[in-house]
Design a protein around this ligand. Structure first.
Ligand SMILES: [Zn+2]
Length: 341
């Protein structure tokens, strides 16, 4: 490995401007072509000394050299790459203006892979451009009631998105210094609110897609999509199976025996249901098109299944008891058999 510029001038890394200047003058006088004409070794040394002095006597060049070593001339490009990677959410490994006390060797190691990327990209697309890649999809859970799933609803989703830093306009620098608003990344995270329509007919597990609201792409690639992942909350009255709903319908025992009409609650109002005579307890009666809307098909609906629960009286008047006793006698006087259910 070549000598470092500090070694060339014979000074320490901590040398002051004055010490560097003094060391340079002393060496330049010694190896100057006028002093040692036709001495090829001295001529080469003189060139080395001048190259070292040119970098170490310039505060900005010395800073870059301390950080990137022989790659110091690529410092601007490396730092630009670092900004992009930082903006892309990569962990920063000590950046410009970061750890001032970081050692020369450690920093070269840290930026090695970035340096490789720089050249890989130079051979590929436009210099400094990250590869064109679609952004990641983002999922966010939402809960809706059965009524909301029936009618459709909206949800406001909060998104954390990267935006161009307003302080530095995305350059990451203000007057030559690292922008403190964005820490040099050129981007800041900002919360956005997005109103999303949840269509009628969604089920638990339905994914509502919002195109282009996922993570931003890189290198001009498109953004990913946002997905709302739906959970439909349980309902106190209705049970759901696919697009069908079911509901328990209490029917007085007299109506169950003789037939009649009962009111049935549906998800969008009440309807009258005709109960045929001799309806057994637990019988299921299907009410067509009174269930949930079919997702993506505005005109189609599932069915409502009415589950009959025959109600026995909890109290009997003397007269009622008398009539039922008469009924039992009529059926053959067999106590506990054949009557009722
Ligand atoms: Zn900024």
């Amino acid at each position: 490995m070549a000598k470092s510029y500090y070694e060339t001038l014979g000074v320490s890394r901590a040398a002051s401007e004055k010490e560097i200047k003094a060391a340079y003058r002393k060496l330049a006088r010694k190896y100057h072509p006028d002093v040692a004409p036709n001495d090829k070794t001295a001529e080469a040394r003189f060139k080395e000394i001048n190259a070292a002095h040119e970098v170490l006597s310039d505060a900005e060049k010395r800073r870059k050299y301390d950080k990137y070593g022989d790659r110091w001339e690529y410092a601007d490009q490396i730092e630009e790459m670092e900004r992009q990677q930082s903006a892309a959410g990569w962990a920063r490994q000590g950046g410009p203006g970061g750890n001032g006390g970081a050692t020369f060797e450690a920093n070269v190691g840290d930026f090695g892979s970035i340096f490789e990327n720089l050249f890989r990209r130079e051979r590929g697309g436009p210099r400094g451009q990250p590869p064109r890649r679609r952004g990641q999809d983002v999922e966010t859970p939402v809960e809706v009631t059965l009524e909301e799933a029936f009618a459709g609803t909206t949800r406001t989703v909060r998104l954390q998105g990267a935006e161009v830093c307003r302080t530095c306009g995305g350059s990451g620098e203000v007057a030559g210094a690292i922008c403190h608003n964005c820490d040099g990344s050129g981007q800041v995270l900002r919360e956005r609110r997005l109103e999303v329509k949840v269509p009628a007919g969604v089920k638990t597990g339905s994914r509502v897609r919002v195109a282009g609201e996922g993570r931003p792409g890189t290198g001009g690639g498109p953004s990913g999509d946002l997905y709302l992942v739906v959970t439909v909350l349980p309902h106190a009255r209705f049970e759901r199976k696919g697009d069908d709903l079911s509901v328990e319908v209490p029917v007085p025992f007299v109506d169950a025996i003789l037939g009649g009409e009962v009111e049935v609650p549906t998800i969008d109002g009440r309807v009258l249901l005709r109960i045929p005579e001799l309806t057994q307890n637990g019988r299921q009666i299907r009410l067509a098109n009174k269930g949930m809307p079919v997702l993506g098909n505005a005109n189609a609906r599932g069915d409502l299944i009415a589950r009959v629960r025959v109600l026995l009286p909890e109290h009997l008047t003397a007269e009622e008891r008398h009539l039922i006793e008469q009924l039992r006698a009529l059926q053959g006087g067999r106590a506990g058999a054949g009557a009722g259910q």
